[in-house]
Every structure is written in C-alpha cells, then in structure tokens.
Ligand binder design. Structure first.
Ligand SMILES: Nc1ncnc2c1ncn2[C@@H]1O[C@H](COP(=O)(O)OP(=O)(O)O)[C@@H](O)[C@H]1O
Ligand SMILES: [Mg+2]
Length: 592
C-alpha cells in the first residue's frame, strides 16, 4: 500500500494514506524513489524529510514505506570509502551518474563483488553470543576487520567456512539460534543509525588521546573515549585543528564527517590524506579512515543524518575492540539543518529558532562516545570512541544556543580565538578560555608514562600564562619599566611558551606532529630557562643580559629541530643555557 504526497516544502514532504508506516521508517518518494525518513506521524499522515533534492516533486506522487528505520551497512569495505550523509558511496555514484548525482540512484554502501580473504577463528560447536569473532579479514594494511556475531544474536555455531576468498554476501558461518532457527551469517551487519550499538559496560576514560598537537596534549588533553568541541569563528582554524586530529591521533580508526562545510575542504582531505604517512604504521592515513561528506552544496536533510551515520560506523569498529575517533565539522551546520526541518514542520521554535530538542539531540550524539567493555562472550575486550565536533557560532559569539548546548555536554573545550588567528598564532586555541575536565582522570597515566613532571610542568606553564594576563593589565597602565625583574621574566617566559611551544605550524613537516616525549622535553627546556634566570636575577644578574644569551635563540628554534636530533639538541641547548646563565649570575654583583 502506498501513500500520496499532499504537500512539498523544500526537503519536507507531507503524505497521507500511510497507515502501514511507522515513525522513523525509511520511505521512497515519487517516481524517482527519492530516499526519505518519517519524522512524525499523525494518523495516516506522515511528515517526511527527504534526503535528496525535491524539485519537481508535487502533490499526488506516491510514497512507499520500506518498513525499516534509517540504517547503515557494516562490514569489510568501509575503510577508505567516502560516503554521503546516508551512507551512499560517493565515488561509485559519481561513476554512475557524473558529478551531479542522479536522484534516487541506488548503489549499496558496501561493494558486493569484491572478494575478501576470510580467515576463520571460530570452531563449530562453540556456544556464541553477539560480538564473538567468527573470523577476520585484512581490510587494509592496518585494519584487521573482525567479522562478528551480530548484536542480539546467540546460539551454537554449526559450521564456519574455510579460509578463502569471499564476497560480503557469502556465508561465512551457520548459527543455530537459541530459538532453534538456522541462520546463515555473511559479513554484513545492519544497524539503525539513531540508536547506539549495545555494549556491556562504560568506563571512565583514563588514557589520553595523543594528537601530536602541543597545546592539546599538554594543556588541554582529551581522553580516548572522551568528548571535545572546537568552537571558533570563521577562519579561526577549526578545520585545520580537526584535520590535524584526524591525521595524527593515536587511534586505530578515524571517521571524519564533513558536515555542511565547503566542498573544497573535503577535497583537501581527499588529496592530502592518501599521501600522508601515519607515523605509527608507516602506511597512508586513508588506510584507517572513513569519510562522510555532506558539504554545503549537498541536500540539507542528509546533513542531519550524517553525524549519526558516522558515529554508528565508529561504534561498529569500537565493538571490535578498537580505539576510534569521530570528528565532525561542523555541528553548527548540522544544527542549522535541524532548525530548517523544525521550521518547516512548524514546531514551536526555541532560542534563535532552534527546536527545543536541540540540546537532547546533540547529547544523543556525544553520549555515544566512551570507553566500553564490548559485547562478547570471549573474555574482556575494550574499545573506545572519542567524539570531537567543531562549532561555528556566528561572529564567534559563544552565548548562542549551539555553543551553549555543546558546552554543557562535552568535557573538553578548545576555544579558538579570532584575535590569535589574526596575529597568526596557530592553533588559535585560547589558553585562558579553554579547558579539559579529564586532567584528574588522566593523571595516573601521565605520571606513570611520562613522569610526574609532565603535569607539574603543565601547571607551571598555565600559572605563567595566567600571570602574564594579569601583568599585561598593569603594563597597559604604568608601562613595562615599572615591573620588577622577576615580573619581566614572567612576561618573557610567557612569550616563549606562546611562540615557541603553543604555536605549531600544521603545514611544516617537522612541526605538524610532536610526540608526548618531545612536548615534555621542550616545555621542560623553556621552564628550565625560566628557573635558571629566576635564580640568576636573585643573584643580581641583569634581565636584559639574560634575555640576550645565545642559547635563548636556540631555544626559540628548538621546535623545528629534526625528529632524529631533538634529544641531543635539547640536551645541548640545556647545557649551553645553564653555562651562559650561570656566567651572568656569577658577575651579577651580589655575593652568593
Ligand atoms: N595550525 C595551523 N598552522 C598554520 N596555519 C593555520 C593553522 N590553523 C589555521 N591556519 C590558517 O588559518 C586558515 C583558516 O583555517 P580554517 O581551519 O579553514 O578555519 P575555520 O575552519 O575555523 O573557518 C587556514 O587556511 C590556515 O591558513
Ligand atoms: Mg572550517
């Protein structure tokens, strides 16, 4: 039975005669069988958001429900693929229809013809439940795909196919369920995007995600399994920060969602990522990346779905026991899509026209992050999902609804600053307005793996930066000369921290990524300079002389030293500066 369209309003279509349909069903609309999703049902009348361009559609056209909620296909072939917001493989579609996507075109998300080398690991006769691994497929050089018993299934394995080449639709195992049914399992799972995939338990995140970005890892770290937001006005560097996170984070899988931003930013990703080598695996970064692209030139409704599509794919890899990061640029464009649909539905608008459920929808995205004990009967398996979203408030004003709602949910806030970006201080993460609520939870990890001085140095650096802000106010009133030598040193050290530690050039080979160890040593060097100078000042050394020692110059260039040489170079800088500062202290004029 099919319904009939009574009204079309942009991406929103109202149809009647759909008594057999349910809310959240996927429907096919019109002759072109455009893909849509039912948002609300009143009697047999449905409000449908259509994921494709609706021009030409009019009253009377047929609507048919598929009876299924909006779902993704999960299995080998996800990695390295570029999808749109409803998981259509963009390259395949463009091959079929050219650059402007033909509407209603149907291409399955996962390749049906490609053969994968399946390696069985399960033995027949095993009692199994959801999440247990049937076998594996080397999906890319760095991702071992685990073919698992789908959620909510359990029983006894009757047979497992032998090692060999299989398409994802071929049977890899036969399961006798607890109800006595025989089910042939292939390599495809389906899961509704708006519902989180099940897990056994959620833990407090305790391990840092290492991003190689100094201001993030040292000052405002995010935990694996944590949540973070990157708010900032246009041009402040949100996309570059997110690209850096996608490139360098020490996770197994990255799902990158380009959501409502300019198309050329996705092109940048597509051009750059294959050429970039993951420093940890030596392989191309695409070998661990799934891309979802719903750029500003694509239909607005699919943008709303894209973040759920992305996070569901991420959960699937989390369920295999991997560390996964989902990066969404930008959640503001997503919220605008939500607002547009809400407006067309004539719902009661909340603040600035956003629907009242904006906050809860955002929370539904971020709360799918976490460190989890995965579903499986095979013993302990942990996976993590880290969620990071850009927020682009108009004019950079963080009091607007999307920023406010996000701030209430996420635990790390990297506030980008137009002023810093204007002065070419990148990443323009404002050290006074940003925060990480993971410091306490991560302390044991830092202490054990990097030594207690890592966090102590962080505290010291933050204190110096905060003092700088206070001193700057005094300087504006009475000038720099009125400051004590110790305060002048504080300003100098703060400047070194800002320019030679926090500033990091994403486009320089050496500077783009800094390991934890190197971050610790570099900051140690800067704070070492501060400490030595402070004691020299007490002995009467001149501040001006201290600021002009030759080692000060080398310190400024320390972040650019080649990776293979930094250990030796930092030791030598430290030795030089100790010598030079002690000489100044010795002739300082005061008795020691
Ligand atoms: N870490 C960085 N290193 C060097 N340049 C940067 C960095 N971050 C941002 N930029 C500069 O700022 C520009 C705008 O950044 P972008 O991420 O596109 O801003 P947004 O996404 O906030 O609009 C970039 O094209 C680049 O020139
Ligand atoms: Mg951007």
């Amino acid at each position: 039975m099919s319904g009939k369209i009574v009204k079309v309003s942009g991406p929103l279509v109202v149809a009647t005669g759909l008594s057999d349909a349910n809310m959240a069903d996927v429907v096919r609309v019109g002759n072109q069988r455009l893909i849509g999703e039912i948002l609300t049902m009143t009697g047999d009348s449905a409000a449908i958001q259509v994921y494709e361009e609706t021009s030409g559609l009019g009253p009377g056209a047929e609507v048919e429900t598929t009876g299924y909620p909006l779902s993704v296909e999960l299995g080998p072939g996800l990695i390295e693929t570029i999808y749109d917001g409803i998981q259509r493989p963009l390259e395949k579609i463009m091959e079929l229809s050219g650059a402007t996507i033909t509407r209603g075109v149907e291409v399955p998300p996962l390749d049906r013809t490609k053969k994968w080398a399946f390696q069985p690991v399960m033995t027949p006769g095993t009692k199994v439940s959801a999440g247990d691994v049937i076998g594996t497929v080397q999906e890319t050089a760095v991702v071992l795909h685990k073919v698992m018993i789908p959620p909510r299934m359990s029983g006894v394995i009757e047979s497992v196919s032998p090692a060999g080449e299989y398409t994802i639709e071929q049977t890899v195992a036969v399961l006798k369920t607890d109800k006595g049914e025989t089910v042939e399992l292939d390599m495809i799972q389906r899961w509704p995007v708006r519902i989180g995939r099940p897990y056994k338990h959620k833990y407090t995140p305790k391990t840092p995600l290492q991003s190689g970005q100094r201001v993030i890892d040292t000052l405002f770290p995010v935990a694996k399994g944590g949540t973070a937001a990157v708010p900032g006005p246009f041009g402040s560097g949100k996309t570059v920060v997110q690209h850096q996170l996608a490139k360098w984070s020490d996770v197994d899988i990255v799902v990158y969602i380009g959501c409502g931003e300019r198309g050329n930013e996705m092109t940048d990703v597509l051009r750059e990522f294959p050429e970039l080598v993951d420093p940890r695996t030596g392989e191309s970064l695409m070998k661990r990346t799934v891309l979802i692209a719903n750029t500003s030139d694509m239909p607005v409704a699919a943008r709303e779905a894209s973040i759920y599509t992305g996070i569901t794919i991420a959960e699937y890899f989390r369920d295999m026991g991997y560390d996964v990061a989902v990066i969404a640029d930008s959640t503001s464009r997503w919220a605008e899509a939500l607002r547009e649909m809400s407006g067309r539905l004539e719902e009661m608008p909340g603040e600035e026209g956003y629907p009242a459920y904006l906050s809860s929808r955002l929370a539904q995205f971020y709360e799918r992050a976490g460190v989890v004990e995965c579903m499986t009967s095979e013993g302990e398996r942990r996976g993590s999902l880290t969620a990071i979203g850009a927020v682009s408030p108009p004019g950079g004003d963080l009091s607007e609804p999307v920023s406010q709602a996000t701030m209430r949910i996420v635990k790390v806030f990297w506030a980008l600053d137009a002023g810093l970006a204007y002065r070419r201080h990148f990443p323009s993460i404002n050290w006074l307005r940003s925060y990480s609520l993971y410091l306490d939870a991560l302390k044991p990890w830092f202490d054990e793996n990097l030594g207690p001085d890592f966090l102590q140095q962080r505290e010291r650096a933050m204190a110096i930066l905060q003092e700088e802000a206070g001193l700057n106010e005094i300087v504006q009133l009475v000038g720099k000369d009125s400051l004590s030598p110790a305060d002048q040193l504080t300003l100098e050290t703060a400047k070194i921290i800002r320019e030679d530690f926090l500033q990091q050039n994403a486009f320089s080979d050496i500077d783009s990524f800094t390991s934890h160890d190197r971050q610790r040593r570099l900051l140690g060097l800067i704070l070492g300079y501060d400490k030595l100078c402070r004691s020299a000042i007490e002995k009467g050394a001149s501040v001006m002389d201290l600021f002009e020692i030759p080692a000060r110059d080398r310190l400024g260039r320390a972040k650019g030293v080649d990776v293979s040489e930094y250990l030796a170079a930092y030791d030598s800088i430290y030795a030089d500066m100790t010598k030079q500062i002690e000489e100044l202290a010795a002739k300082g004029g005061l008795d020691v």
